[in-house]
Design a protein around this ligand. Structure first.
Ligand code: IMP
Length: 206
């Protein structure tokens, strides 16, 4: 079965293809000849994921899925949430030279907002919107944890250096990719997608 993964990230695509196995052939946006950005302008992860998937479904009439992830900090009313990627740009005129400068600024802003706060409880949440035969299915994966006082570790990306998952002392950035993938929000959400696709072959084999 062929499915389009609505992402420009070839690494994510390979990772999920590996999880899905040979029964499924994942196609990228590039395989469709689509190279534009799809704007992520909605206030929730669910709406953003659905907007991306439905945009591609409407344009190409293909079965497809899209994901969206955010870091939700309880005492900040679940911010940065849907704005995680560009948190430091919100309410600021500052321009960033590259994505690593933006990532640093995102983390600095977060740590600044958490100074003096009594709770550092946080979670990563990934949402996947699958559109299969015109019907939408949603999947969620959560990794509970807390935000550290300082950055630790060199692995990973984004907020990994300041996130310690529940039951661990290490930050995600101090873990190997293999360790992180056993417990990560994204891995959990994709496991649910994969279980669903395996269990509902009736939906796409006729
Ligand atoms: P995306 O929806 O996967 O592009 O994630 C949006 C933003 O959330 C990223 O730009 C990162 O700032 C943050 N993020 C998502 N997943 C992770 C993760 O596993 N570790 C750290 N930060 C993440």
């Amino acid at each position: 079965m062929e499915l389009v993964f609505v992402t420009g990230n070839i690494y994510k695509l390979r990772e999920i293809q590996h999880l899905l196995g040979k029964d499924f052939k994942l196609k990228s946006l590039r395989d469709l000849g689509f190279e534009d950005e799809i704007p992520e302008i909605h206030p929730t992860l669910e709406q953003n994921a659905f907007a991306k998937a439905s945009f591609i479904h409407d344009r190409f009439s293909v079965d497809c899925f899209a994901d969206d992830t955010g870091l939700e900090v309880e005492i900040l009313n679940n911010r940065p949430g849907v704005y995680s990627a560009r948190f430091a740009e919100i309410d600021s005129d500052r321009k960033f030279k590259n994505s690593s400068e933006l990532t640093e600024a995102n983390i600095d802003k977060l740590l600044g907002m958490l100074k003096e706060k009594h709770s550092r409880k946080a979670r990563f949440r990934t949402v996947i919107s699958l559109i299969l035969k015109g019907e939408e299915f949603l999947f969620e994966g959560i990794s509970e944890g807390r935000i550290t006082e300082e950055k630790r570790g060199e692995e990973g990306f984004g907020y990994d250096p300041v996130f310690v998952p529940e039951g661990y002392e290490k930050t995600f950035a101090e873990m190997t990719l293999g360790e992180k993938n056993k417990i990560s929000h994204r891995a959990r959400a994709f496991e649910r997608l994969v279980d669903f696709l395996r269990s509902r072959k009736d939906l796409y084999t006729k």
